[in-house]
Design a binder for this molecule. Structure first.
Ligand code: ADP
Ligand code: MG
Length: 382
């Protein structure tokens, strides 16, 4: 294990990096963040913030010299930067796993190679590919293969005629055209795998998205335990084939006929795992820090049913005018824990924080989540 007081590094200074810092601190480590934003949420809490681009060779050299191990908090760091760091220090997850998750084409191919099902899709890379799209694919969604998140760089398509314009609107970048499926629900699995390749999973989470952005997570997911088991096994198979180390999230679509399809991978802690901070013995960020520090994986037991609601920047506006959401009212509701990320500026669709709501039963947590939603003017979780 890495001695307490040593440095751990993280690429990316967003909220996931910030929560990683907090976990690493509680285990007695110091953290260095690499992020080009001088006001990054993680940079504000880390002992050290190298304010530079992710490909900056001097910055990478400094990070590798200081830190015993480095992780990433978002998948779009250049894979080459991870490879550079791998020469001098331990990097979890490794460059290869991050590369697969960076490109929807690779991700889907990889899931299929693992014997898992994905939504029917076509790869769109050149004009001629547009001709291969058939009416049976409709309705569909065109997604940029790279750099999309929170529903960004995605266009819904209801007619084949709309496809060409949609592709143009995404800059004719490589895309996947995916059949839009009627979903029974969405779930995610967060798996943690140590350097000894031993792994643990958190309870399966049920996710509700609005406008392509996660709005609410409910745990445990209200699905047949056999399906939950299947999702966990799928995540395990993917982690094994990637020789993964670190925290991995796999998002799934559950169809009405009971099929479980892989949607996408995140090679890092995930928004749908934030509930673990308040509901589990070890959070997903504790696990990330433990893996880097070569400590044993923590206990993933969930002590109380939980609902997580995201606080998006929209809450800071009313009809275009700035306002303060009633977080004071929310804070007084039993079972509630507030998490704000310290972002200076609220913008629509920007993740500003989240609320975890615990209950003795899931019903109680959901009822309290309803109160939280009402206080904030949010739609309650379903
Ligand atoms: P992102 O990387 O932005 O999270 P996703 O591919 O996960 O992109 O899409 C965001 C959300 O949009 C999904 O969680 C789901 O709610 C919805 N969605 C995406 N693709 C499909 C699809 N093929 N069928 C039904 N819903 C979809
Ligand atoms: Mg997603």
């Amino acid at each position: 294990m890495i001695a307490f007081g040593q440095w751990l590094g993280v690429l990316g200074g967003g909220q996931l990096g910030r929560m990683f810092c907090m976990s690493a601190h509680s285990l007695g480590y110091r953290v260095c963040v690499l992020d080009p934003d001088p006001d990054s949420p993680a940079g504000a809490v880390a002992e050290r913030h190298i304010c530079a681009g992710y490909s900056d060779p001097d910055a990478l050299a400094q990070l590798a010299a200081l830190c015993r191990a480095v992780t990433t908090e978002f998948e779009n760091v250049p894979a080459r930067s991870l490879q550079t760091l791998e020469r001098d220090c331990a990097v979890s997850p490794g460059a290869r796993a991050v590369m697969v998750a960076q490109d929807r084409r690779d991700e889907k191919r990889f899931a299929r190679d693992c014997g898992l099902e994905v939504a029917p899709y076509l790869t769109i890379e050149q004009d001629a590919d547009l001709e291969r799209a058939e009416a049976s694919m409709l309705p569909a969604v065109l997604k940029a293969a790279r750099l999309g998140y929170d529903g960004k760089s995605q266009v819904r398509i209801d007619g084949i005629d709309a496809l060409r314009a949609a592709w143009r609107s995404l800059g004719q970048a490589p895309c996947v055209l995916e059949k839009w499926l009627p979903l029974a629900c969405e779930v995610s699995v967060i798996l943690c795998r140590g350097l000894d390749r031993h792994s643990v999973v958190f309870p399966v989470a049920e996710n509700q998205h609005r406008g392509g952005i996660l709005a609410a997570t409910i745990v445990p997911a209200r699905i047949d335990p056999a399906l939950a088991q299947q999702a966990c096994a799928a995540a395990g198979a993917m982690a094994e084939r990637l020789d993964y180390t670190g925290v991995l999230c796999v998002e799934f679509f559950v169809l009405h006929d009971g099929r479980v399809l892989v949607n996408e991978l995140a090679p890092r802690p995930h928004n749908s795992g934030h509930y673990t901070i308040d509901a589990c013995t070890s959070s997903q960020f504790d696990q990330q820090a433990r893996i880097l520090a070569r400590l044993p994986l923590g206990d993933t037991h969930q002590w109380a049913p939980a609902v997580m609601l995201n606080l998006l920047g929209d809450l800071w506006f009313e009809q275009g005018r700035p306002r303060a959401p009633r977080l004071d009212v929310v804070a007084a509701i039993p079972g509630v824990r507030l998490h704000l990320y310290g972002k200076r500026e609220a913008r629509p669709a920007r993740k500003m924080g989240h609320v975890t709501i615990l209950g003795t039963t899931l019903q109680e947590a959901l009822a309290r989540a309803g109160e939280v939603a009402a206080a904030l003017g949010l739609e309650p979780p379903r």
